[in-house]
Design a protein around this ligand. Structure first.
Ligand code: IMP
Length: 182
């Protein structure tokens, strides 16, 4: 396994573990959407790495589109304020929509997005989250249908996830050393 970046405290999911998770999720999604021609939506920018992998693990017909929202402004805490930076190019009325997300923390971002997309009358709308952050005594505002893994309540980076736009290119998911952002 590759040596961890010096700013990484510990590796939570290695490249090999991620491969297995993505393969499993691809199978689950393919099974459920075999004849539904889903529109798979990734939320930029964090979800692109997971999207690129999971779409190749889905073997039924599907199409993709992208959205960009901003909720974390270069920081580490969820603000609950969500702004649509880029909307979809595809009409979703009557479509089976699957939102692919990198990480579910408070779930506020997705809860807002789900409400907005629901108002466009899709046939269905579900979430596939690569990881869900476990916060004791707190449930995220939305419930993903597909979950890759659970991670502890720490700030994680890599595999698409950033801190101030850095670390997205790390091939694994790791906990960022608090000294980097404190
Ligand atoms: P939520 O609205 O609290 O669920 O936050 C969702 C978004 O916040 C994710 O799509 C990420 O962009 C970002 N985020 C939440 N937790 C982390 C983290 O540990 N590392 C990097 N980004 C995070």
């Amino acid at each position: 396994m590759a040596e961890a970046h010096p700013d990484i405290e510990s590796i939570l999911l290695s490249e090999e573990e991620i491969k297995e998770i993505v393969a499993r999720m691809g199978k689950e999604i393919t099974r459920d959407y075999a004849d539904k021609n889903p529109l798979v939506i990734a939320v930029l920018r964090g979800a692109v790495v997971f999207m690129a992998d999971v779409m190749r693990a889905i073997t039924c017909p599907m199409s993709v589109d992208f959205m960009a929202v901003s909720s974390y402004a270069d920081g580490v805490k969820s603000s609950g304020v969500v702004r649509i930076v880029k909307d979809l190019d595809t009409k979703i009325e009557g479509r089976n929509v699957l939102i692919v997300e990198d990480i579910l923390d408070s779930g506020l971002t997705l809860s807002y997005l789900m409400r907005m997309l629901q108002s466009r009358n899709p046939a269905s709308i579900e979430i596939a989250a690569f990881v869900v952050k476990d916060i004791e005594g707190k449930k995220p505002a939305v419930e993903p249908r597909y979950v890759g893994a659970h991670v502890p309540n720490a700030f994680v980076v890599g595999y698409g996830l950033d801190y101030a736009e850095r670390y997205r290119n790390l091939p694994y998911l790791g906990i960022l050393k608090p000294s980097v952002y404190e």
